[in-house]
Design a protein around this ligand. Sequence first.
Ligand SMILES: [Cu+2]
Length: 103
Amino acid sequence: MTKVGPLMLITEPGLRESSSLSVTTTVFFNYPEGVHNVLKVNGTGFQECAAPAGTVVLTSGKDVINLATTGRKWYICGVSKHRQVGPQKLFITVMPASFAPRS
Ligand SMILES: [Cu+2]
């Protein structure tokens, strides 16, 4: 399991805004409930820090995501202004199971 968070810390060493992870990775967004949230968006939403209406919002503070499929995935915090002060954004390139992350 890869721990991400609080989302505010994703630019800290070892937790980069842009990461490559194996498809077998489980990502754990850990943050104080009610302070942040997690929105899965597309590349445009990531650039513009905007999520379309109807986007599922994860709010538990202990959100577990199994990456499951390869490709690019984008997550942002949907709480007002957090992405500007954070930045609270995460871009994951999901690699095949044979991918070994660099340590
Ligand atoms: Cu936030």
